[in-house]
Design a protein around this ligand. Structure first.
Ligand code: NDP
Ligand code: 2IT
Length: 443
């Protein structure tokens, strides 16, 4: 049995209770096996055994007081996974489903994603099982202050730089930043996704969604195609989904669907994105409100965006939301491209099926890297105490996404899987991290 397979088997036994982490690690390790087996020095240095083990996991209690005066207790986490390429970098997820398995999968993916950006950032992730939904601003602030009171001992602009993810947006980053500054007495770029008047980067809000569309646009242009006239189905209606929809529509596509955790909408005429912005970003409401004011739209409870025929599918909500039956329905209806905006939204079975059927599949660690890439640009701007224009940041973002597409496509071809961007992204991301870890000794 080869070295890579032994590490996978050991991991499956050791972390049998962490299915999402095993899913992510198994996919990466399986696809980098040819690159690993070509270099026996990796095994001597136990490179893979070190790669799959976080450098540090911080777990802590987060007590706070709700509006009724009751003490609430949540669990807080930060996974400092790998610092070979730079300070740990990655978002904070606030969602009741958060646990160690989900954060380890996200932190592990982040290592390779951040490597692909070409920018100097290591991989990390964190969050809490706190649910911001339905909480008042004061409750969210109380939670964020308590969370940061502990987290601030472990992070810093040259150590670990968190950002947003599901449930963590501009409001939460503001409260977290305020508390860090108060305790540490430092105004530094310790978080990204900050407000534009206090150190945030222009285009960070748009970056993940825009970046996803730039990545798919490059793939299409290699085939002599574009977004013009394409039917695009999107899942989710949060930060990533909204700006993916905006850019796809700007490039001439019709965005037909969006969803939230309650239901989904189909508007064949093209979704009115100003209305979505108002409902989801301003009022923090439900998508069902869209249907009330848009008679051309259908609203359905539950899940279902992948049952609608489309040319391009962009899953932008959460992990394992595009499953084998969805993949079969998409292929049967002629979908040619799946671009992941979320992290690991497609199950392994569905991914393999889509690739097998000739669908151009863009894995999230490549296609959603635009968010963290602009976060790294925010760090640069904070270090030089300057702000770049929207156009400057957007142009850099586009260049980075086009570069990631070609790095993944080239690595796929080099290792005998032309067109397989899963293999290509994993190998291209891995090689840089592996080189750095080998150079830095046994740490
Ligand atoms: P948001 O919290 O802004 O939006 C998440 C969206 O997905 C919401 O519409 C939410 O519905 C829906 N959703 C979340 N969880 C579930 C669930 N369990 N079932 C059904 N729907 C769900 O998060 P983001 O847009 O920031 O993140 C979306 C995805 O993109 C995540 O996988 C994240 O890790 C990934 N990502 C985010 C980046 C960023 O910069 N923000 C960068 C790269 C990847 P509802 O409104 O009902 O909560
Ligand atoms: O999954 C991700 O890449 C993010 N949530 C963004 C991380 C970041 O540091 O901007």
């Amino acid at each position: 049995m080869g070295y890579t397979q032994r590490v996978i088997d050991d991991l499956k036994e050791r972390y049998a209770d962490q299915p999402e982490f095993i899913q992510a690690a198994d996919e990466v390790l399986t696809s980098i096996a040819p690159a690993v087996d070509a270099n026996p020095a990796y095994e001597q240095a136990a490179l893979l055994e070190r790669l799959v083990e976080p450098e540090r996991i911080i777990m802590f209690r987060v007590p706070w007081i709700d509006d009724a005066g009751k003490v609430q207790v949540n669990r807080g986490y930060r996974i400092e996974f790998n610092s070979a390429l730079g300070p740990y970098k990655g978002g904070l997820r606030l969602h009741p489903s958060v646990n160690l398995s989900i954060l380890k999968f996200l932190g592990f993916e982040q290592i390779f994603k951040n490597s692909l950006t070409t920018l100097p950032i290591g991989g990390g992730k964190g969050g809490s099982d706190f649910n911001p939904k339905g909480r008042s601003d004061r409750e969210v602030m109380a939670f964020c202050q308590s969370f940061m009171t502990e987290l601030c001992r472990h992070i810093g602009p040259d150590t670990d730089v968190p950002a947003g993810d599901i449930g963590t947006g501009a409001r939460e980053i503001g409260y977290l930043f305020g508390q860090y500054k108060r305790i540490r007495n430092e105004f530094t770029g310790v978080l990204t996704g900050k407000g534009l008047t206090w150190g945030g980067s222009l285009a960070r809000t748009e970056a993940t969604g825009f970046g996803l569309v730039y990545f798919v646009e490059e793939l299409l242009s290699e085939r002599g195609e574009s977004f013009e006239g394409k039917r695009v189905n999107i899942s989710g209606s949060g930060n990533v989904a909204i700006y993916a929809a905006e850019k796809a529509a700007a490039l001439g596509a019709t965005v037909q669907t969006m969803s939230d955790s309650t239901g989904w909408i189909l508007d064949p005429a093209g979704i009115d994105l100003a209305a979505i912005h108002e409902i989801k970003e301003v009022r923090r409401g439900r998508l069902s409100e869209y249907a009330e004011t848009h008679p051309s739209c259908e609203y359905h409870e539950g899940r279902g965006v992948w049952s609608v025929a489309c040319d391009i599918a962009l899953p932008c909500a959460t992990q394992n939301e595009l499953q084998i039956d969805d993949a079969r329905a998409l292929v049967a209806a002629g979908c040619a491209v799946v671009g992941e905006g979320a992290n690991m939204p497609t199950t392994r079975e569905a991914t393999d099926y889509l690739i097998d059927q000739g669908v151009a599949f863009c894995p999230g660690k490549a296609s959603n890297a635009g968010g963290v890439a602009v976060s790294a640009l925010e760090m640069s701007q904070n270090s030089e105490r300057l702000s770049w224009t929207f156009e400057e940041v957007d142009a850099k973002l586009k260049g980075i996404m086009v570069g990631i597409y070609h790095a993944a496509a080239d690595a796929a071809a080099e290792f005998g899987h032309p067109g397989n961007l899963v293999v290509g992204a994993n190998i291209a991301g891995f090689k840089k991290v592996a080189d750095a870890m080998m150079a830095q000794g046994i740490v």
